[in-house]
Design a protein around this ligand. Structure first.
Ligand code: BGC
Length: 725
């Protein structure tokens, strides 16, 4: 914690500048030998700071997105090497960011928190003689209209490279409280990957389009030569339509456009204060011959350490896995977003809830989720424990939806078991409890049979004209009530709290579920795949074999196809595997026709689609309204790849992989599997391979851990080493 920034003031340009981005400036004369200089900065908006023309730190889109009402992160950078003796110039360039861009709803034209952005900073210089001096943002700073004429999250950026002279005026000092400032909690947001342009396309409609071959989140960096006043205009898209033309109607109201006004000569540009989700760009305006080497897509995301890898003998499954990894990095930009391109890019709780386990296997998400969960807690309704649909929240009070609000219990638990991090449970315990109490206050005491829910969102079995799958929304809600209550009990026990009341509550919810939603031997009142999946996975029904049999019948009735949406899909294969139908799980994984994971791979996907048939077989689009090609939710199947196909499972009694299980489920159709997870103890590997009529296994168990490894029905306890079976 650096105290200095709390004495600084938020500064801005005038209200009437509206969409125009401001730049702030202050001089600093140094007359003594400086031994250390530290800058703390933040903004209500997004900012980049420079000292003497050099960038401060490497992060982009700082300060990230939090519940700005109560929590605003600041960044601290050592800037000793940027300071020099004599005159120094501090510049802070600010964009509207999440705080002041139009965001959250398609129709609003202005920011929800504010219409203009603010900056705040404190630069402390320590001298060789032991003295110190701090410069704070206050009335001593100037502000001008910057060369960034407009920068909005959804609409893109307009930049005038001719603008090098600024009309400075005194910055406006705001009364906004500094008590909302907190040291950065999340991972650094960095430019982490560069993707070259792969193809120049002249479309049938006569457009000039560049393909990067991969959908990314970030921005294009381009180099262009021209003369002052010429322009570059770039639009972004995820797909080409069935005729091969540029298509971005699914971005809805998000313009996602770069407008760049050239100065004389050769120049390079990339976005300053915004980002785009895209694979293709359309050059609506480009002043010279197009050379692919002049375009690079830069990926921007939270710098999480990669921890998980999966490979098998079916290239299409490997492509699916790669799409899942891309879907994660494209949507883990400081908060977990539903998608990175259209007029949403919001922290939808349900999406994060279903994807959390996969995310946490692929990357070390501990810091990332802990920060987001604190925002969830601060956004949770104090009076009744309701969880908003999106965190950070932009909307006024809403009903909470099952499976979405349950991010409050599921995500802390997943982070705890993956990293043995009790702090996440103690941070979130009150939030978890308030959430369970919210549910208890809805409907009958033991059933969550009230309110409106997203149901099995985008399930294939949705009635015509609806986005909600046909599973009874209250069956799903009551199942989640049970799940959340159970997780609260487990968390309470880890923390040594008395949770006996909730243990009883869970027993009663289960009873009520059975008397309300069980229709007879192995049958549920809602006879859908998702209903059986949640009932089985959450442990709501006892005679599992009968219910699992019905689930399999429902899959077979559809010709070995799934019909699940956001709620059923994440657990579908796991439920099949865990109930003795591993072969059926593989059949679904390997299915190539719609609806299936590999259908999107066959259609050229490079990330995970929101909708099972975002693109139809003939290349036509399903809809322009709810049709993102970069929505990670269905990527949650990777948890099954690690946990069932390779069989690496956490032991909740010894979390963080101190002890774990390996129960691989080989299937000849995959040929081989190699999975690796980098735990805090070291590498865990599970590999199997078909060789003639034999299956060869290889396991790696890191030092300090043990694993119960089950192969061919025999369980062995293995310690450190590489084991071949
Ligand atoms: C979002 C989803 C989200 C859903 C809620 C959509 O618009 O993109 O991913 O979970 O709304 O139903």
């Amino acid at each position: 914690m650096n105290e200095s920034i709390y004495s600084a003031r938020f500064i801005s340009g005038p209200e009437e500048w509206e969409r125009q981005c401001p730049v702030f400036r202050r001089g600093l004369k140094i007359t003594k030998e400086c031994v250390k200089a530290t800058m703390c900065a933040s903004s209500l908006g997004v900012y980049t700071a420079y000292i003497n023309g050099q960038r401060v730190g490497k992060q982009v889109l700082t300060p990230g997105w939090t519940d700005y009402k109560t929590r605003l992160q600041y960044q601290t950078e050592d800037v000793t090497s940027l300071i020099s003796c004599g005159d120094n110039e501090i510049i802070i360039s600010v964009g509207h960011g999440w705080y002041a861009s139009r965001i959250g709803t398609p129709n609003n034209t202005k920011g929800i928190y504010s219409q203009i952005p603010y900056a705040i900073a404190a630069l402390t210089v320590e001298y060789a003689d032991g003295s110190k001096e701090t410069v704070y943002t206050d009335e001593s700073w100037s502000v001008a209209r910057s060369a960034v004429l407009m920068s909005q999250i959804y609409d893109g950026e307009t930049y005038d490279a001719r603008k090098t002279e600024f009309e400075w005026m005194p910055a406006i000092v705001s009364e906004k409280p500094t008590s909302i400032l907190i040291p950065q909690e999340g991972e650094d947001i960095l430019e982490l990957c560069r993707t070259s342009a792969v193809k120049l396309i002249y479309t049938p409609a006569g457009e000039t389009v560049i393909d990067f071959g991969q959908e990314v989140t970030g921005y294009v960096e381009f180099t262009v030569k021209g003369s002052s006043g010429q322009t570059v205009k770039i639009e972004h898209a995820e797909i080409l339509d069935k005729d091969g033309n540029f298509y971005n109607e699914n971005y809805r109201s998000a313009l996602s456009m770069v407008t760049y006004i050239l100065r004389d000569g050769t120049q390079t540009y990339k976005a300053h204060h915004t980002f785009y989700g895209f694979r293709y760009i359309r050059l609506t305006d480009w002043p010279e011959e197009i050379k692919l080497e002049h375009f690079t897509a830069i990926s921007v995301y939270s710098d999480m350490k990669r921890t998980g890898w999966f490979e098998c003998g079916v290239p299409k499954v490997n492509k699916l896995f790669s799409n899942i990894i891309w879907g994660q990095v494209d949507n883990f930009l400081d908060i977990p977003t539903d998608c990175p391109q259209r007029d949403e890019r919001l922290g939808w709780t349900g999406d994060a809830e279903v994807f959390c386990r996969t995310a946490t296997l692929n990357f070390d998400t501990r810091k990332f989720f802990k920060k987001w969960l604190r925002d969830l807690w601060s956004e949770q309704e104090a009076f009744n424990g309701a969880i908003p649909h999106i965190v950070p929240n932009l909307w006024s009070h809403q009903f909470s939806s099952a499976a979405w609000g349950d991010a409050a219990t599921v995500c802390p638990w997943e982070i705890y078991i993956a990293f043995n991090d009790k702090e996440v449970l103690s941070d979130q315990f009150d939030s978890m409890k308030a959430w369970v109490e919210y549910i208890r206050g809805m409907g009958d005491e033991y059933l969550w049979n009230a309110g409106s829910h997203f149901g099995d969102w985008l399930g294939i079995d949705a009635p015509e004209g609806s986005y909600k799958g046909s599973t009874d929304q209250y069956l799903i809600a009551t199942a989640y009530y049970y799940l959340s209550c159970g997780l609260l009990v487990k968390a309470g026990k880890v923390l040594g709290k008395d949770v006996s009341e909730y243990e009883k509550l869970a027993v009663n919810i289960k009873k009520a579920f059975n008397s309300t939603y069980v229709a007879g031997e192995g049958r549920l009142t809602s006879d859908t795949q998702t209903a059986y999946v949640v009932a089985l996975d959450f442990g709501l029904v006892d005679n599992k074999a009968l219910f699992a049999k019905r689930l399999v019948e429902l899959i077979e009735e559809r010709g070995d196809a799934l019909s699940t949406g956001f709620v059923g899909t994440p657990y579908l294969l796991r439920v099949l595997s865990d109930n003795g139908y591993s072969e059926k799980a593989y059949t679904l994984l390997l299915r190539e026709e719609f609806p299936s994971w590999l259908f999107s791979v066959n259609m050229g996907a490079t990330t995970i689609w929101e909708h099972w048939d975002g693109l139809r077989e003939d290349g036509s689009v399903w809809s322009k309204d709810m049709n993102s090609f970069n929505h990670y939710a269905y990527g949650s199947v990777a948890a099954w790849m690690y946990g069932n196909a390779a069989g690496i499972k956490i032991d909740e009694a010894k979390p963080g992989y101190e002890h774990f299980f390996i129960t691989p489920e080989p299937d000849e159709r995959l040929g081989y599997v190699k999975a690796r997870y980098e735990s805090r103890y070291g590498s865990i590997r599970s590999e199997w391979r078909y060789e003639g009529d034999k299956i060869r296994y290889c396991f790696e168990i890191p030092k300090g851990t043990t694993a119960d490894v089950t192969v061919g029905g025999v369980t062995r306890v293995l310690g450190e080493g590489i084991w071949y079976i």
